[in-house]
Design a protein around this ligand. Structure first.
Ligand SMILES: Cc1cc2nc3c(=O)[nH]c(=O)nc-3n(C[C@H](O)[C@H](O)[C@H](O)COP(=O)(O)OP(=O)(O)OC[C@H]3O[C@@H](n4cnc5c(N)ncnc54)[C@H](O)[C@@H]3O)c2cc1C
Ligand code: SF4
Length: 505
């Protein structure tokens, strides 16, 4: 695999990001590409470690050492085939995956001697970049073509939701010969790939060219159809042999403090889709626009959503005074957008109230430092006396995570049961709604080991099944649920599976 001495000869390198001054003036991707030879050099660092752990670190079980070796030897087309055998959308994961595979790369645990005979850590293979370069090579060479099924089954499947889970399932099911219709309530296909993740991380033509591939394979798309609202559950049940719920988990956690309903306090998921629409050239009514130019901003949260707010603010010319506060004992995850500005990022900060300017608009935010202590097996939070502080701000963005799928008419009418985090019994959507009046528990749609919900023939995949997660897991869930649906309809299935490490032991 690779070149035996590659990791000793070459350092881990990734293509440089576009210069900050240049990239904050537009919304194009901040990533760049390596020349072919440079990428081959990086692939040569894969060191024939004997028992590779990287593909176990990847939820999809991507066959990383195989494609590293193929790239090193210049066999890009074969590398693409190996990559596609486990991953429908490597151009998405190659750009935005947090790359757990690189943490498990054996090189990550390796040390060598430098020129002064001192121990020097060897870094992981740059797996994610290699993945992106293989996928893009496939697109630019015209190797990625529609693969319509050779045989048809005439079974009708409805996929509700067009995020990465729904799209991966739709492609697998269509390739197995079924008639697949994807329903999406928004006007574009892609879920959070299109209306959450900003263009500077993932340009939208990258999503639409993949959607066109699915369309050419025969997947039918219906946008602007909110199932359970515009299209009744009765019709859905009557018209399809199986249903997959891939509706995501976009029920946001609320900020339960005084002033959280003031003008200028926004959920991140009101702001980010609007930004993506604006970048796409859509008309945004004046009264709905969230103007950020020259405004000071507090972002609450430390994950992807918070960072994506920050990246947009940098590009909209917000005041350099941006604060990012995280409640738990973890500094907000550093990302390329953090180097574009110099935000005041702090962990262990609890927001206590938001004050208005006398006209119903936010003026300042009051917070306090907290400490976390383990007590009786649970982490308990304590205020640090005397650490209270106030920051002036024009805007507050709430990016504090998601509780579960939206509990709209669809789940209620279907009658599917839900799992509430920390509880033993499954609950109805009505019961979970009641619980949400007094508390903020996390919840998912209940499923068995075959991705089937409590209702026969109704399956679930992606964030709706596992809770808010990442794209690579959504693709895995889409692929695995497709396999279970195919077996449910046909009695047997040829679709591939990637068991997770815990299932193998
Ligand atoms: C702002 C943000 C940034 C992120 N950045 C990253 C990142 O950089 N890397 C990463 O790996 N992950 C990231 N994630 C997480 C990732 O986007 C999600 O884990 C992933 O998109 C989940 O896929 P999904 O298909 O389950 O659901 P979603 O992508 O949420 O798609 C669900 C779709 O279902 C539709 N829908 C829901 N109900 C109905 C209905 N009743 N009828 C019709 N349609 C319906 C919704 O409109 C939506 O389009 C990010 C998440 C957010 C919020
Ligand atoms: S999908 Fe993510 S975890 Fe898997 S190989 Fe690619 S970057 Fe690594």
């Amino acid at each position: 695999m690779g070149k035996n001495t590659g990791f000793l000869e070459f350092e881990k390198e990734s293509p440089p990001l576009r210069p900050v001054k240049e990239r904050v003036r537009d919304f194009q991707e901040y990533d760049t590409f390596f020349a072919e030879e440079e990428m081959q050099r990086q692939a040569s660092r894969c060191m024939d470690c004997g028992v590779p752990f990287c593909h176990m670190g990847c939820p999809l079980g991507n066959m990383i050492p195989d494609w590293n070796d193929l790239v090193y030897r210049g066999h890009w087309k074969e590398a693409l085939a190996a990559l596609h055998s486990t991953n429908n959308f490597p151009e998405f994961t190659g750009r935005i995956c947090p790359a757990p595979c690189e943490d498990t790369c054996v090189l990550n645990e390796h040390y060598t001697l430098d020129a002064d005979e001192k121990l020097k850590k060897v870094n992981a293979v740059t797996i994610e970049e290699i993945e992106k370069h293989i996928a893009e090579r496939g697109w630019s060479e015209g190797w990625i073509k529609p693969q319509p099924p050779e045989e048809r089954t005439n079974k009708l499947i409805a996929v509700v939701g067009s995020g990465p889970a729904g799209l991966a399932a739709a492609q697998q099911l269509r390739r197995a010969g079924h008639i697949v219709t994807v329903f999406e309530k928004d006007d574009r296909i892609g879920g959070l790939l299109v209306y959450g993740i900003p263009d500077f991380k993932l340009e939208k033509n990258i999503v639409s060219r993949r959607v066109e591939q699915l369309r050419a394979e025969g997947v039918k798309f219906q946008t602007g159809v909110h199932v359970g609202v515009d299209f009744s559950v009765k019709e859905l049940r009557k018209g399809f042999d199986a249903i997959l719920l891939a509706t995501g988990a976009q029920h946001a956690r609320k900020l339960l403090v005084e002033g959280s309903d003031l003008e200028g306090v926004h959920y991140a998921m009101n702001y980010l889709p609007q930004r993506n629409r604006d970048v796409a050239g859509d008309f945004i009514p004046e009264e709905e626009k969230i103007e950020c130019e020259s405004k000071s901003v507090v972002i609450l949260g430390g994950g992807f959503t918070a960072a994506d707010c920050l990246g947009n603010l940098n590009r909209q010319g917000a005041d350099p005074e941006i604060h990012q506060f995280e409640l738990i004992d973890m500094e907000p995850r550093p990302t390329p957008v953090h180097e574009e500005a110099d935000p005041d990022c702090r962990a262990n900060i609890l927001t206590e109230s938001i004050t208005d300017n006398g006209k119903g608009r936010v003026k300042s935010l009051q917070a306090v430092s907290v400490e976390w202590k383990l007590e009786a097996g649970r982490m308990k939070m304590q205020r640090v006396p005397g650490s209270e502080f106030t920051v002036s701000t024009d805007l507050v963005f709430l990016a504090m995570g998601f509780l579960g799928p939206n509990l709209d008419g669809l789940l209620e009418e279907l009658g599917v049961r839900l799992n509430v985090f920390g509880g033993d019994e499954s609950r109805s959507a009505e019961e979970v709604k009641k619980m949400l009046r007094n508390a903020q528990p996390m919840f998912t749609i209940y499923s068995d080991e075959n991705f089937m919900t409590s209702e026969d023939g109704v399956f679930v995949a992606g964030d709706a099944n596992r809770g808010a997660s990442i794209v690579v897991w959504a693709i895995w869930e889409g692929r695995e649920s497709a396999r279970c649906i195919d077996r449910y309809l046909m009695g047997t299935t040829q679709l591939p599976t990637t068991p997770q490490a815990e299932e193998l032991v």
